[in-house]
Design a protein around this ligand. Sequence first.
Ligand SMILES: Cc1cc2nc3c(=O)[nH]c(=O)nc-3n(C[C@H](O)[C@H](O)[C@H](O)COP(=O)(O)O)c2cc1C
Length: 175
Amino acid sequence: MKKTVLLYWAPGGNVENAAREIYRQFGINELEIADIAGFDVNRLNDYDNFIFGVATIGAEVWTDAKRSNKWNEFFVRAEKISFAGKKVALFGLGDQVLYPDHFVNSLGFLKVFVDKKGAILVGKWPVTGYEFTDSEGVENDMFFGLALDEDQQPELSPSRIEAWVKQIKKEFGVS
Ligand SMILES: Cc1cc2nc3c(=O)[nH]c(=O)nc-3n(C[C@H](O)[C@H](O)[C@H](O)COP(=O)(O)O)c2cc1C
């Protein structure tokens, strides 16, 4: 059976809550969950499918945001791990009202890693239903993964997660 792991950062806030809801809806037998701090990157070889979760914090100065993001450190640690032929789905937390020019920018940051590693990106999500002006996480009116806005649209998150989990299970080939 194909193995899937959900990795997220940071713990203790909206990203972790979303991660736990995705985990719940996915079905516990098919998915492992962990935050990336302390996750042994050699264990990445054990999985076929990956879900990465992130929040965009402080993208006004985008280079700073990248530097201080734990994901950056994780990707350095994972430099020697092959993702060839592996599938990756992304979800990102953001606030489209306070940060309309940088909404869920971090999805774009994670997508760079996916591309660099030659992994297959799944779980793209339409921009319909969100209002923002710009995002590094969007191409051709599709987010690079599920965008969640717990600050402005918390009531929409459960149904978005439900639909997205169904979508990625199909794309992962685990449903
Ligand atoms: C200092 C700060 C900067 C932020 N910058 C952005 C941003 O550039 N783009 C965006 O979409 N959201 C931004 N946000 C909103 C967060 O991504 C959002 O509140 C998210 O749900 C936080 O997740 P967490 O509770 O797991 O940290 C920012 C939030 C804070 C506190």
